[in-house]
Write a protein that binds this ligand. Structure first.
Ligand code: F0G
Length: 415
């Protein structure tokens, strides 16, 4: 039997749409879409393909990705990020087997590149000439880079004053048309959805677009391959617009469906106290979120009050038997320092929220110390150096005299 071509499917009513149809939400019920494959066909295909001989990267998993024309692939060598066994941080937190998946290794410094290599390739397959997104920073940096590489023009809407400078600089230098919207991320997202619905020549690449999440699910595939088929007991992920935790769960489910793994991890989502609609819904046992009107947190990447993929994220957390936790800004900054100090890994505040959440769950006794845990560190620390200077202060000033330096270091012995 031939393959059933991958298609788009509504997560609520099951309505289906062709793989090359430009549709962002279900025309029947308005809910989100996801990409579905013929898993029986895939199971057979991967047993005969040489995918394991390919280097670790997003495109190692091309059999699981919805791009049919290899000549349309736009790549900057994304994925293949390091998975570090963190024994010193693990000891400090009381976890024996702690791993950190360092997504800061990606070409523009965040996991968004996994989604954009697929999303922008899809844009080329669809003959789009213009791509757009709203962003708290990383999505815009990534889209701008991939659009540049593909020769597409790029429109970016960011919240006024709410984006770390490293990310803004990236979007600008890659040549995107960047607008600072007077409002927060949720306002910017609403605007970009409206403009791409009205002007159909603009292809929307926020994570409402299910092709983005297809790229991001490769985080799960890589974790399985890097642990040689061992599935972690738990994967801890920072949650903002809630696409990534949903994508990673889909990745694990797919490897399970085709028989590459035989168990599934508990998905654990972490949000900042000032922007925690998903984690609050989990804690309060609700199957809906209450949007946060004025989201606020030092972790600007996840400063989002009305996450678009909330329903997928609640499903990922509940179906996997996972949980969610809420962390304060000072806990996030403390976790950022710990990861840097104990392991030499520098991440931005949003990424450190996964470590902060893990710490809290271990302290509360909600995570067993023997669990194998993977924390996803979503973005590089150099994206937001201001956050470090604010939390750690500036270095001491000293005179250019040996004595002054010895004095500061406490090396002046009393003779
Ligand atoms: N960590 C970082 C560093 C991020 O940039 C984001 C999202 C997240 C975590 C949360 O992932 O939204 O899939 O739940 N940043 C988006 C952006 C919103 O515009 O860059 P999510």
């Amino acid at each position: 039997m031939g393959e059933i071509t991958p298609f788009q499917s509504c997560i609520s009513c099951g309505a289906t749409y062709k793989i090359d149809e430009i549709v962002y939400t279900c025309r029947k019920c308005g809910d989100l879409l996801e990409i579905k494959y013929d898993y029986n066909f895939l199971r057979d295909k991967i047993t005969h393909s040489d995918w394991r001989s390919q280097p670790l990267s997003v495109w190692r998993y091309r059999d699981f990705l919805p791009i049919r024309d290899p000549s349309k692939v736009v790549s900057l060598n994304e994925g293949g990020t390091k998975l570090y066994h963190c024994s010193r941080l693990g000891a400090a937190l009381g976890i024996k087997n702690l791993y950190v998946k360092n997504e800061g290794d990606n070409p523009t410094g965040s996991f968004k590149d996994r989604g954009m290599t697929v999303g922008v390739s899809k844009a080329l397959e669809l003959n789009a000439k213009m791509v757009a997104c709203a962003s708290t920073g990383n999505t815009s940096a990534s889209l701008a880079a991939y659009a540049a590489r593909a020769g597409l023009s790029c429109i970016i809407l960011i919240p006024l004053g709410g984006v770390a400078y490293g990310k803004l600089a990236q979007a600008i230098i890659y040549g995107a048309k960047v607008m600072q919207v007077r409002g927060n991320f949720d306002h910017a997202l609403k605007m970009v959805v409206e403009i791409s619905e009205k002007h159909r020549e603009i292809y929307l690449l926020n994570s409402i677009n299910p092709f983005r999440l297809e790229g991001q699910k490769t985080i799960a595939y890589e974790i399985c391959d890097q642990l040689n088929g061992l599935v972690p007991d738990r994967v801890v992920v920072p949650v903002g617009n809630a696409g990534n935790i949903s994508a990673i769960w889909k990745g694990f489910l797919e490897f399970f469906k085709v028989g590459l793994i035989n168990k599934l991890p508990k998905m654990t989502g972490i949000q900042a106290a000032g922007a925690s609609p998903v984690a609050s819904a989990i804690k309060e046992g609700r199957d809906y979120i209450v949007p946060v009107e004025k989201p606020e947190t030092v972790a600007s990447a996840i400063r989002i009050g009305s996450p678009i993929s909330w329903k997928k994220a609640l499903g990922a957390i509940r179906d996997s038997g996972g949980t969610a936790e809420i962390v304060e800004d000072d806990e996030i900054l403390e976790a950022q320092k710990m990861l840097a100090k104990y392991e030499g890994i520098f991440v931005e505040p949003a990424s450190a929220s996964s470590i902060a959440g893990l710490k809290k769950l271990v302290d509360y006794g909600l995570i067993d110390k023997n669990e194998v845990v993977v924390c996803v560190a979503t973005g590089h620390g150099l994206k937001d150096p201001d956050a470090v200077v604010k939390s750690c202060g500036k270095p001491h000033e000293v005179d250019a005299r040996l004595e002054a330096i010895e004095n500061f270091l406490g090396l002046l012995s009393v003779r």
